[in-house]
Structures are given as structure tokens and as C-alpha cells.
Write a protein that binds this ligand. Sequence first.
Ligand code: MG
Length: 248
Amino acid sequence: MNFIPEIERFLKARHFKSVSPLAALIDMDGTLYDSMGNHADAWLRMVTELGIEATRDEFFMYEGRTGASTINIIFRRAYGRDATPEEIEELYHRKTVYFAEMPPVKPMPGAKEMLDTLIRTGIKRVLVTGSGQSSLINRLDTDFPGAFSSVLRVTSRSVTHGKPHPEPFIRAMQLAGAKPSQCIAIENAPLGVKSASDAGVFTIAVTTGPIPRKEMENTGAAVIFPSMEECASQLHILLYQLLTTSQS
Ligand code: MG
């Protein structure tokens, strides 16, 4: 595939001469793990029990937000106020319990192959997740051996502002010792795409759920793939074209 028009558009918009990837900043839920359906089901169950109306799809749109931020969106709509810290703690705990009761989450098809390409090409992998749920973070070493060094991980505990704020990706670049023009980001959620793109990073969006492609364009994705398998099969071509395309 030819990604040069997308690359040139990105370079022009950012006033970058080129992008030479040293590090890939990679989201977890919905990107490495096929976990978003379970998250959406757990959120919907918790919110429905409160007697608040919600749709399953809306939780895909909130993906990347902290649990507190999602609860506040629901509370403002239903009660016209933010949740108290006690309510947030109790309700997020309940959602976490429901998530843990769901069938086990599987690695996203194509994620291993995508990571293998990065490992083979010597590009550092940095995890950038809004999640603080250890159930998945602890599985990374088993499901993707050697892909993520224990020091190259940004989780909800590492940042003050979660996605869509750019802080998680800025933190990831600091850990990798790389500038925006030396990174790519891989994300599946519009708010994650916005966070990475606002941090100045060439952002690859992968639509692995019900979110329309348009949402990824609107939040600043440089390239969009319809699946992680497609992303994995094209990644080496995209990396080559990034390295060989420059703007004068
Ligand atoms: Mg995600």
C-alpha cells in the first residue's frame, strides 16, 4: 500500500522534516487485547443497575478515559452533578468486579505479529494504557513475551491527566528518550488517537470495534487500518515509507 500521501500530509501539518521511528507507543485495551466488548458490557451492567439509561456503544466512545471520568459523564447526564469520590470508588470497583466475571479476554488477532515487526526492526515498544486494572497488565509478559520492558510502561498510575490529554504519550516519549518525530503511536479509540496526536505523534488508528473511521479522522489519526491484522501486514511497508519520505 502507498502511505506517502498520508505521511506528507502529516509532515506538512506538523512542520516536521521527517519521521524516523525509534519508539512505538502502544495502547492496550482494544489494541493488544480484544477486551473492549467486555469493558462495555461491564459498564453497561453497572450503569443499568443504577437505573440510568445508556447504550453499549457509548462506552466504546469513552474508551481511554479514566473510570472516574466515565462515571462523571454518566452522573452529569442523569443527575446534573459529578459523582463524589466515595461514589466513584464504589462504582468503579463494581465495574471492575463485573469485568473480572466476564469470559477471559483474548489477545487481539494480529497484535503479536504487529509487535514482532517492531521487535525485528529494533523499534522500542512503550505501553501507554489508561487502565490500572492489573488483570490484563500482568498478562502482557505471557501473551507477548519480550515485547514490553517493565520500565517502558505508562499506566493510569503514572499520570495526572489521562487520555484524551496528551500527558500519557508525553510521558511515554520521556521513558523512551524519543521526540515526537521519532515515534509512532498505535491506538484503537478516538480519545487515545487525540491524546497521541496532540502530543505530536504520527498516530496509527486501528478500528477494532464499532467506532466509525470518521471519528479517527476527526481526532487526528495519520493512517487508519480496518483491523489489527491489516495493520500488522502493512506495518513494515509503512515504516519503510516513513523512513524514506521527507519534506523539504
Ligand atoms: Mg484502547
